[in-house]
Every structure is written in C-alpha cells, then in structure tokens.
Ligand binder design. Structure first.
Ligand code: GLN
Length: 488
C-alpha cells in the first residue's frame, strides 16, 4: 500500500478497499522495520495511532462522510517534532526540550486531527529548526533514503526522509529559510511553503517569527494540496495569521496551464550552481514550455544579498525567541545550580547544541546597542529591496522558477565544520521567507542517483497556482513517482 499516493489511499478508504486500521498497521510495521537505520522519527506512539485509526474507521461506518467532505479521514501522517501535541513529548530536536510535554496542541495539529488524520509519531529535525542537513539534532543525524551516507536536508529532514522511505504518505514541516523545500528537493518529494500568515503558527515552536511557516511534504502536488487545504486558514490565536479566504486548492488542478508566465531569473544560473542540477532544471523548464507555459528571462538584482540578510534577521529573531529557555520556565535545568546566574548559564550551556548557540551569539550581537544599525537595521533595509525585486518581477510573470538548491544532497559530515558552506545551501530558498511569498519544490531529475528539485515561487496567497503548475508537470513526468532502492 505504501506505493500509493495519499490521494489514492484516500479513495481506497472511501471505497472500503482498506481500513484506516490496516493502513496504520502497515505504516507502523514499516517504521519498525526501516527506521532504525534512517532515524527519521523521534517518537512513535503505536497505541494512540491505532486508537485514532479505529476512531476513523468507526466514523466512516457511522456517519459515512463523502470523500469530498473528509478526504483525509483515516490517512496516517507524521508531525515534525516542532508542533506541540498535548499529552505527548515535543522536543524540537533539542536536549533543552527532551522531556517537554506540551500543555496544548498546535493549531495545525488540531486541524489535521479534526480532518481525521492519524498521527503515527513525530519526526526528527535539526535542533530548533536550525540547519540544512539534519545533522544538528540532539537525537542524531537522519539518513537520506536515496543514499544512506548523504544528508536528507534540513531542518525538516526527518519529515522528508520518512516520506521518501514511504513510512507515511505525508508529513508536516516548517520552513524559515527553506526547511520544507530543501529537504523535499534532497529526498525527491514535493513540499510547499505557504504565504506567511496562511497557516497558523500557534503551538509551533518559534525559530524566527517573521519567517516561520508550516506546510506539507508529500510525494505529489495533489497530496500537498489536500493536506494544505486542511492546514490553512485564519486563527485568532496567531496575530499574524491572515483572514484571506482559503480557496479550494483542488478545484483547478486538472486544468491546462496554457499561457502561464514563468520568470527565470538570470541570477539563479550563475556561480555556485552545480552543472548537473542546472541541466535538470532547464529540462524541467522545457517541459513546462511543452505544457503551454511561456518562459521569460527576468532579473532579481539583489539575489546575492539574500543569504547575508537572512543570516542576520533569522539569528536576531532566534536569539530573542530562545531567551525563554532559561532553565526556569521550560525544559532542561542543570543540576545543583549555585545561584541564578549559574542556573541560566549552565542550563542554556548544557541544553543547547553548538549551532543553536552560534545563532544566539550572532543574533544577540546583531541586535546589541552600537551594532543594531550596522547589522539588523541594514538587513531589514536589504529585505525590503529583495521584496521590491519580487514585486517588480511579478508585474511581468505569474511565477518564478529555478533550482531549489545549488547541489543535490551532500555527504553527511561534509559541511559540518564550515557553517558558511552549509548556509549557502539556502541560496535559492530564503528569499521566499524574507518576502513572505509561497514557494513549492518538486522533484525534476536526478544527478548521480540523487534527486534534484525545481522551485516555483508565487505571488502572495497564490498557492493554488503553484500546486496547479506542479500537478500539471507531474501529469507528464514521473520523477515524483521514483522511490529510493531498499525500502521495500
Ligand atoms: N537552513 C536554514 C537555516 O538553517 C533554514 C532553516 C529553516 O527553514 N528552518 O536557518
């Protein structure tokens, strides 16, 4: 059953060809067999998953909702361990929260519960969502199912690895600077980061609040559309959540994309881009042309400023958000502190990993008196210029296309000693977060047996168009259907 997409499983459940209990057992069995090697999940709660599946089966019998009403009823899924789930453990990949039990559930968790989805467990991730390789987790690195000595990407690397290995048909992720799209690209999946404010951040542990956004990772755009439909919408508990109505993401999926104007920024095909990736991405763009899209060369003049701006803004916000982990209110507390200072310094010193500390130091520095103007304020100004570039481009085109990442997945350990090399992975993804724009990554080829991702960035609240374009591409290509070897 694992070869089926979420949409296919949804139809099978609706037609009575399988039950949620069967499907859930199938995936729990796969997790038990395959995840000892991959390390993609940090917790699995088989009892509560089976209970959820039983409830879904009962509901299907008693009230027989149509598939249009409850398409996700009984479909198994996994949440990134950044989403609070009441009653369970929520670690955010950190020793700081190793034993943290959230008193309430995130809105995303409640919404997917209400849609009838069955949570199998929680996915491994980079600590506090900081990273591009999933090597920063307190619970150990995650392996890429395509090549076990390569990284799955980060920070939603557990989510990506487990969907690629078909341990669940879909997983949630979060994306602050690329953490849905980059792991989706590295693992051959489809992943969408919605417009800032489209999905509630309530109960999602904060990294950089002006950039964070949640979304699904699945094998197809159609599956992403189905799950995003249930995740999206206004939430009065998130003050930055948008009350823009949520359109029906499924409605136009099968229409032709004739006349879609795709902008191709020349800056995306310059230094730093792997030749193999460039070739695959160009081939995908040619496929879009065959489907009736029009390509137009455009320019995003401030592209080279994206990484510097992001790596000031994100750590600045992180340093502020993470100040709440003080050894008093949440999570880890050091043993036998001699006084309050000792409690703070040792709890934070022992509870956080190296990358998190690096970000807190950079962020605190950038926000400190005397440096604020030179770094943080400057980064905000650059952020505006980048945003203006996109606004100008979107006057001429509907979507902007390019590679999701400069290279395919790299070897585990290859960049751990060089933070700058690691940060350069995010070259093409951070701009969507800085500008609050939606962006989707889809698999569009392979280089040395590793998947390559194509990214489409859209106008604010234009998720439907991105999903539509990706779905059309997936009707005439089969990259999204490919599976890593050894996951049978
Ligand atoms: N790789 C980026 C970082 O390390 C993005 C992380 C994310 O999107 N959560 O900050």
């Amino acid at each position: 059953m694992y070869e089926k997409t979420l949409a296919e499983q949804s139809r099978m459940l609706a037609n009575g060809e399988c039950s949620s209990t069967e499907l859930t057992k199938h995936y729990l069995d796969r997790i038990a067999r395959l995840d000892t090697d991959l390390n993609s999940l940090v917790s699995v709660d088989a009892d509560s998953a089976l209970q959820g599946a039983e409830d879904a089966d009962r509901k299907r019998k008693s009230s027989a909702p149509s598939n249009a009403e409850m398409p996700l009823l009984g479909v198994p899924m996994v949440h990134k361990d950044i989403f609070c789930v009441a009653g369970g453990r929520t670690t955010c990949g950190s020793r700081m929260l190793e034993h943290f039990n959230a008193p309430y559930s995130a809105t995303v968790v409640n919404k997917l519960n209400d849609a009838g989805m069955v949570m199998l467990g929680k996915a491994n991730m980079d600590e506090f969502a900081m990273g591009s390789s999933n090597e920063n987790s307190y619970f150990g690195a995650v392996k890429n199912p395509w090549k076990r000595d390569c990284v799955p990407g980060g920070s939603s690397g557990g989510s990506a690895a487990l969907v690629a290995a078909r341990l669940a048909p879909v997983a949630t992720g979060t994306d602050t600077g690329g953490s849905i799209r980059q792991p989706a690209a590295f693992c051959g999946l489809t992943g969408i980061k919605p417009t800032y404010g489209r999905v509630s951040r309530y109960g999602m542990i904060a990294f950089a609040s002006s950039l964070d956004q949640a979304g699904p990772l699945a094998t197809t755009a159609e599956d992403c559309a189905m799950v995003l439909q249930a995740m999206a919408g206004f939430d009065e508990r998130d003050s930055t959540s948008s009350n823009e109505p949520v359109p029906n993401y499924m409605a136009d999926l099968d229409k032709p994309i004739n006349g879609l104007k795709i902008g191709v920024p020349e800056e995306y095909f310059s230094a730093g881009l792997d030749d193999g990736v460039a070739t695959q991405v160009r081939a995908a763009l040619a496929e879009f042309e065959k489907l009736g899209a029009k390509l137009k060369s455009i320019s995003l003049p401030n592209q080279s400023m994206c990484i510097p701006a992001y790596y000031v803004v994100a750590p600045a916000e992180a340093s502020s958000n993470l100040s709440r982990f003080d050894g008093v209110r949440f999570g880890y507390r050091c043993e036998d502190p001699v006084d309050l200072d000792d409690l703070y310094t040792r709890s934070r010193g022992e509870g956080f990993g190296a990358e998190v500390k690096r970000r807190i130091l950079i962020g605190t520095y950038a926000l400190s008196a005397g440096y604020y103007d030179a770094y943080y304020l400057q980064a905000l100004k650059v952020r505006r210029l980048i945003s203006d570039d996109f606004d100008a481009a979107f006057k001429e085109v509907d979507v902007i296309a390019g590679p999701t990442t400069p290279t395919p997945a790299f070897q585990t350990g290859a960049k751990t000693d060089d933070p700058i090399a690691m940060y350069l992975n995010d070259l093409y993804t951070v701009s969507a977060n800085l500008c609050g724009l939606p962006a989707i990554s889809m698999s569009c080829g392979e280089v040395d047996d590793l998947p390559v991702g194509l990214q489409l960035t859209g106008k604010h609240f234009d998720e439907a168009r991105l999903l539509h374009a990706a779905h059309s591409y997936q009707q005439t290509t089969d990259w999204h259907r490919r599976m890593p070897a050894g996951i049978e």
